[in-house]
Design a protein around this ligand. Structure first.
Ligand code: SAM
Ligand code: SF4
Length: 319
């Protein structure tokens, strides 16, 4: 459907949990989070009701995220059930990749079209440090497996962190030379634990782009949030997602569902609406969603305020 600013909203991101098997320093506190009771979290049948209501309003794309979505059992079943909802034609997943290698076969068979894997460094010791314990090999194995299985879109997402990975940009870029993998660099955002790192570690996409004259600009995808480039003869694309230095609110096409049943129409604004109370009535749920979408905030103020307006952290919203 079209919101009051004329934006076409057709994309729902669904956070399956706020728990995670890693503790990336800029995302989650070291001690983890207080575990929610089973009853506070939406069950798959409830999530499917929200997706159905969203599809009534023209949502066509669904992405499952978290926390770490793959620590939740049965994501393949959820994907399969989602694929049966009329109107949904694209199902994707954002994951840290640790558990992906064993699961990707079933996920693909269930109907998963695209996968985004978060990976901020290609060095195993640095990976262990930034994730507080993660094993890089597991993620690299998962990327290989996705390629072997012919997943049609594999994107590696790396958060740009000054003094940590800005000396690895070339190695990331090279991944796109021989394979169709896309690499996307994301500006560090002052949200959650990221607030603590922001002043010292933020580096803009522009600064990185200026360092690499070999990047050839290519046309952006429709509704794409990334500024796109390629290498000469490169098979994959290199993207820069610039929520701070060049925000994409005018083209934003998405809303989010948290694992507790909150609809967030904007990642960096405080607005959140509890949709749980409408789970038993599809017509009312659709009407409520319609109102929320129509009144989606016009824009966020991350760049000006240097602080997210969201009261929730990335792992609670689903990045
Ligand atoms: N656990 C999954 C993963 O890491 O892909 C999905 C959830 S995670 C919250 C989604 C994305 O948010 C990851 O790519 C992560 O790097 C990104 N993220 C978390 N905190 C961030 C921050 N402060 N600034 C920029 N990106 C952030
Ligand atoms: Fe977990 Fe993803 Fe946050 Fe890392 S970025 S702590 S993998 S939710």
């Amino acid at each position: 459907m079209i919101d009051k600013k004329g934006r076409k909203i057709n994309y729902l991101r669904v956070s399956l949990t706020d728990r995670c098997n890693l503790r990336c320093t800029y995302c989650m506190p070291e001690e983890g989070i207080i575990k929610k009771s089973h009853d506070d979290i939406l069950h798959f049948k409830d999530i499917l009701k929200v997706i159905k209501a969203a599809s009534n309003l023209g949502v066509k794309k669904v992405r499952f995220t978290g926390g770490e979505p793959l620590i939740v059992k049965g994501v393949d079943e959820l994907i399969y059930e989602t694929s049966k909802i009329q109107g949904i034609n694209d199902i994707s997943l954002t994951t840290n990749g640790i558990l992906l290698s064993d699961k990707i076969h079933d996920l693909k068979r269930a109907g998963l079209n695209r996968v985004n894997i978060s990976l901020d460094t290609l060095d195993k010791d640095k990976y262990k440090a930034i994730t507080r314990g993660g094993e890089l090999n597991k993620v690299l194995d998962a990327i290989d497996k996705c390629q072997e299985l012919g997943i049609k879109s594999i994107k590696i997402n790396a958060v740009l962190i000054k003094g940590f990975n800005d000396n690895e940009i070339e190695s990331f870029i090279k991944l796109t030379k021989e394979s169709t993998i896309h690499v996307r660099f994301i500006e560090l955002m002052p949200i959650g634990e990221g607030v603590k790192f922001f002043n010292d570690s933020f580096i803009s996409s522009k600064e990185i782009i200026n360092r690499y004259p070999q990047l050839i600009p290519v046309e952006r995808e429709e509704f794409g949030t990334a500024e796109l480039f390629k290498l000469k003869d490169g098979k994959g694309r290199i993207g820069f997602i610039n929520p701070l230095s060049c925000k994409f609110c005018v083209e934003c096409n998405r809303i989010r569902l948290t694992s507790e049943g909150g609809i967030k129409p904007c990642l960096h604004s405080a607005e959140e609406y509890n949709i749980k109370k409408y789970l038993n009535n599809e017509a009312i749920m659709t009407k409520e969603l319609e109102n929320i979408i129509y009144n989606k905030p016009l824009e966020h103020h991350l760049g000006e305020d240097k602080l997210s307006g969201s009261k929730k952290m990335m792992f609670q919203i689903g990045g």
